[in-house]
Design a protein around this ligand. Structure first.
Ligand code: G3I
Length: 344
C-alpha cells in the first residue's frame, strides 16, 4: 500500500528519515523500506564533521556520495546534518579551535568552503548548528549541561564565544544564498518546566539571531520523544506559533520515541501508547505549520535507541519507537503518522 512518502506528499507535506550508507549498500530490505516510505533522506552520520573531514584538509565525501547517489537513483531529496555540533569533533579539530578564535574561524570557514559547494545541488537544506542550547536542571532523563547563559558550554563556544552560532549561519549564507539554513535542537516538545525553560532559551537565541539579521530560515525539532515525560499540546503549539510568527519554518527532524521505565504489559499496549504520543506531537506540529516530518530511522532494528548505551533499555527489552518493527511491519506509530497527514 502507499507509503508515508506518498501520503505526506498528497497533503503538501514531506516525510522522510535518517539513512545509513552502509545499510543502504548491504541490506536490500532496509533500502526497500526507505524507498517505500521516505521522500526526504538525511544522512545519519555521513555529513558530519568526523566523516567529511577526518583529518585537517582531508575531505572524504565517499559515504555522503553513497547516500546522495541512492537518493538521486530513487528520485529522493537529501538534507544536510550537521555543520557545527559539539559531538563527533575529530581530535585534530578540538586541538585546532583551541588555538584561538582566528584559527577556529579559519577552520570553520575552510570546512564550509569545501562542503557546501561539494554538496550542491544535492543538499538544499542544512542543520547549520545542532544542539547549541544548554539543558536546564531538573530533568531526570537528560543531564544538565554546563552553560554560559543559555548556551551549552561547548568547544565552539569556548573558541569563538556566543557569536559562533551567528558566524556559522553567516558563513553558510555567504557561500550559498539559496540554502535553507536550520537551527536544530532536542527536548523542545515536552510538557515539563524543564522543556518550557529549554523552549524559552531557544526563543531567546532565535530572537537574538533574527534581530541581528542573521540568516536563519528554520527551526528543527529533533522530537526524540520520551514517554515518561508528560505532553501538553498547548505548550508546544504556543511555542511553534511564536517561532512561525518570527518568520521561521518548523521541521520535525529526528522523530522517535523512548519508552518509559514502566512498560505496560505486552507489545500491543506499548505500541498503542507510542502511537498516541506521536499523533499528539506530530498533529500539533502540523497544525502549527510544520510541513516536513523526519523520523530517525524507519525500523526498530536499525534505531540508535537499540545501540546507544545512553538510551537503550536496561531491561533487555528494545525500544519500539519507530514506524516499523524489527521485521519491517508497519506498527500503530506508522498508522499514527498516516493519520496525521490525512487529517491535514
Ligand atoms: O565515523 C565512522 C565512519 O568513519 C565509519 O566508516 C563508520 C562505519 O560504521 O562509522 C562511523 O562511526 C559511527 C557512526 O555513527 C556510524 O555508525 C560513529 O562512531 C558514531 O558516533 C555515529 O553515531 C551517530 C551519532 O549521532 C553521533 O554522530 C548515530 O549513528 C546517530 O544516530 C546519532 O544521531 C544523533 C543526531 O546526529 C543528533 N541528534 C541526536 C541523534 C542521536 O544521538
Amino acid at each position: 500500500a502507499e507509503g508515508l512518502a506518498g501520503l505526506a506528499r498528497a497533503t503538501g507535506c514531506t516525510f522522510g528519515t535518517a539513512v545509513d550508507s552502509l545499510r543502504l549498500a548491504a541490506d536490500a530490505g532496509y533500502a526497500g523500506q526507505v524507498t517505500a516510505e521516505a521522500q526526504l533522506l538525511v544522512p545519519e552520520w555521513e555529513a558530519k564533521w568526523a566523516a567529511l573531514q577526518p583529518q585537517p584538509g582531508v575531505f572524504d565525501f565517499g559515504p555522503l556520495s553513497a547516500v546522495a547517489g541512492f537518493a538521486q537513483a530513487h528520485g529522493r531529496q537529501l538534507r544536510g546534518h550537521t555543520l557545527v555540533w559539539h559531538t563527533g569533533m575529530p581530535p585534530w579539530l578540538l586541538d585546532g579551535i583551541a588555538e584561538g578564535p582566528a584559527r577556529a574561524r579559519a577552520l570553520l570557514t575552510a570546512h564550509l568552503d569545501a562542503v557546501l559547494p561539494a554538496t550542491r545541488p544535492a543538499i538544499r537544506d542544512w542543520d547549520v548548528v545542532n544542539e547549541a542550547i544548554a539543558n536546564p536542571e531538573g530533568n531526570p532523563f537528560t543531564a544538565r549541561t554546563p552553560a554560559v547563559g543559555d548556551l551549552r558550554d561547548t568547544p565552539w563556544l569556548r573558541a569563538l564565544g556566543p557569536g559562533y552560532v551567528e558566524l556559522a549561519f553567516r558563513l553558510a549564507r555567504e557561500r550559498d544564498r539559496s540554502l535553507r539554513l536550520t537551527y536544530n535542537d532536542y527536548g523542545l516538545e515536552g510538557g515539563t518546566p524543564w522543556a518550557e525553560e529549554k523552549r524559552q532559551r531557544v526563543l531567546r537565541l532565535l530572537r537574538r539571531l533574527l534581530e541581528a539579521q542573521v540568516p536563519v530560515d528554520a527551526l528543527g525539532l529533533q522530537a526524540h520523544l520520551l514517554m515518561d515525560e508528560p505532553f501538553r499540546p498547548e505548550l508546544l503549539a504556543g511555542f511553534l506559533r511564536t517561532v512561525r510568527e518570527m518568520g521561521l519554518a518548523v521541521l520535525v527532524t529526528e522523530l522517535d520515541v523512548r519508552e518509559g521505565r514502566q512498560l505496560p504489559a505486552g507489545l500491543a499496549g506499548r505500541d498503542a501508547l507510542v502511537a498516541e504520543r506521536v499523533k499528539a506531537v506530530v498533529g500539533t506540529a502540523l497544525e502549527q505549520g510544520c510541513r516536513t516530518v523526519l523520523t530517525w530511522g524507519l525500523s526498530d532494528k536499525d534505531s540508535w535507541l537499540t545501540r546507544d548505551p545512553d538510551v537503550m533499555r536496561k531491561d533487555g527489552e528494545s525500544h519500539r519507537g519507530l514506524p516499523l518493527d524489527a521485521e519491517g511491519n508497519r506498527k500503530p506509530m506508522w498508522q499514527a503518522l498516516a493519520q496525521c497527514f490525512a487529517a491535514r
